[in-house]
Design a protein around this ligand. Structure first.
Ligand SMILES: [Zn+2]
Length: 121
């Protein structure tokens, strides 16, 4: 389950940045998870809950994780048709050729986070 170490790194990075900006809490973290990114949203969420309980970094019991799913999109480089592939390599449903370029769905990144002071909610 590499989501555990991914989430650990995210919380460390976000907390470090938040501290450098003078925040004392991280209220919310938003991550983008592509359908073909090899990251399981459920496992990511479970990891977040675990670290939240441990008060890792600037997390506390009210910290929230928002996962934004990114759908996979492939564009056929022969006929330019765009479709949602089941896998990284997929036949174009329009022309039947195997000439697709994955243009979204592999993203895994922190989109934003919200920090605040201790007393604010
Ligand atoms: Zn095509």
């Amino acid at each position: 389950m590499h989501e555990m170490s991914l989430m650990y790194e995210i919380i460390q990075l976000v907390s470090k940045d938040a501290i450098s900006r003078g925040f004392r809490r991280v209220k919310q973290v938003q991550v983008i998870v592509g359908d073909l990114s090899n990251v399981l949203p459920d496992a990511l969420e479970a990891a977040f809950f675990y670290f939240r309980k441990e008060n890792l970094g600037l997390l506390d019991e009210y910290s929230q994780l928002e996962i934004v799913r990114e759908k996979a999109t492939t564009q056929c480089q022969t006929c330019l048709h765009e479709f949602e592939p089941d896998f990284r390599i997929a036949l174009c449903p329009k022309c039947g050729l195997l000439n697709g370029l994955l243009i979204s769905g592999e993203t895994f990144r922190v989109e934003s986070y919200e920090g605040c002071d201790v007393f604010e909610n």
